[in-house]
Write a protein of this length. Structure first.
Length: 74
């Protein structure tokens, strides 16, 4: 099996933070600049990871405001 792509690793890291309760519904995720610095990745890696997490319903984005942990779906 090939190693996970960088965006998959970043998405898994954030997913784990949400599942563990470290990041709670309504919490704002770090900015793109912060994520780039902390994880040593590019803008496109962050975009792919955020898209995956949005598709899973784990985060919501507000244009010009940021990305937030979504409320769990009942």
């Amino acid at each position: 099996m090939p190693p996970a792509a960088k965006w998959e690793k970043l998405a898994a890291h954030i997913r784990q933070q949400i599942e563990s309760g470290e990041l709670r519904p309504g919490d704002r995720l770090p900015s793109t600049a912060q994520l780039k610095q902390e994880h040593g990745v590019s803008d496109s890696v962050i975009r792919y990871a955020m898209h995956a997490l949005r598709t899973e319903g784990l985060v919501e984005s507000a244009h010009g405001v940021g990305v937030f942990v979504a409320e769990p779906k009942a």
